[in-house]
Design a protein around this ligand. Structure first.
Ligand SMILES: [Mn+2]
Length: 252
């Protein structure tokens, strides 16, 4: 049994399916665990299809899906449209949610409701134990609910939006009993962490970043369909981390 983690698919369904085949993950055989850290949609043109695909996978007990900021914006847009307000225009215009929304509006009421219910069901963090180590996985930042003694309030909003610095300790205000080895996150493309660590930009394709307190796995797949984003486009990949031996798998 192995434990795999993937984040920030952003509508890159073809690459996601190739990556699942590369790691040999099949939810029907019940052998391995798969954690998806959010941001299933937006940017890529196959966003609604990606959400449908992930929703089908999520029916299996070995698949665990978390909330990302894009999933939260999508959820907020649906709720606003239900209340006859305009959907979240920041998401629509500046976070590349327009294709997701336009495709969503073409769906049947039944399928729309299924997406809404699924988005509402997404968790903000999960603890993962592998090889004697305890990790927390979240889209961007820890979320504890009401577990443990906390030196500050950790909000759901931060859990999907916070931009972690490369040297930041996300557990510094957690005074509970659990001893976390690292926080595993997506959200911020790993080129950002490598840049701040060694001030170098010219490093080729993005790789998973193993920091002091974090493991960052978003290798920038959102730019796969955008050739005009310079190095962000040429370095973009979708990554899977196998937590057991920290082996990484990549699809361009
Ligand atoms: Mn994100």
């Amino acid at each position: 049994m192995s434990t795999y983690i993937i984040s920030d698919i952003h509508g890159a369904l073809e690459q996601f399916i190739l990556l699942l085949s590369e790691i040999g993950f099949d939810p029907a055989d019940g052998r391995d665990e798969l954690y998806l850290l959010g941001d299933y949609a937006d940017w890529g043109t196959h966003s609604i299809e990606t959400i449908g695909y992930v929703m089908d996978m999520d029916k299996y007990p070995t698949v665990h899906c978390l909330m990302g900021n894009h999933d939260l914006m999508f959820l907020q847009a649906i709720r606003e449209s239900k209340e006859m307000l305009f959907p979240n225009m920041t998401w629509y215009q500046t976070n590349k949610g327009f294709k997701t929304w336009d495709d969503y509006e073409k769906l049947s009421e039944k399928n729309k409701e299924a997406i809404y219910d699924w988005l509402l069901s997404l968790k903000f963090s999960v603890d993962i134990e592998v090889g004697g180590h305890l990790y927390m996985a979240a889209h961007a930042y820890p979320y504890f609910g009401n577990r443990g003694k906390l030196g500050r309030v950790y909000t759901k909003n931060e859990a999907v939006w916070h931009r972690m610095r490369f040297d930041e300790d996300p557990f510094v205000n957690y005074h509970g009993k659990r001893k976390y080895t690292a926080l595993i996150i997506g959200h911020t493309p790993t080129s950002y962490y490598r840049y701040f660590e060694d001030r170098s930009n010219a490093q080729g394709p993005n790789t998973v970043y193993f920091g002091k307190h974090i493991i960052a796995i978003d290798c920038g797949a959102k730019a796969l369909e955008y050739p005009d984003f310079g190095e962000e486009s040429s370095n973009a990949r979708l990554a899977a981390l196998r937590l057991d031996d920290e082996k990484c798998f990549y699809i361009k």
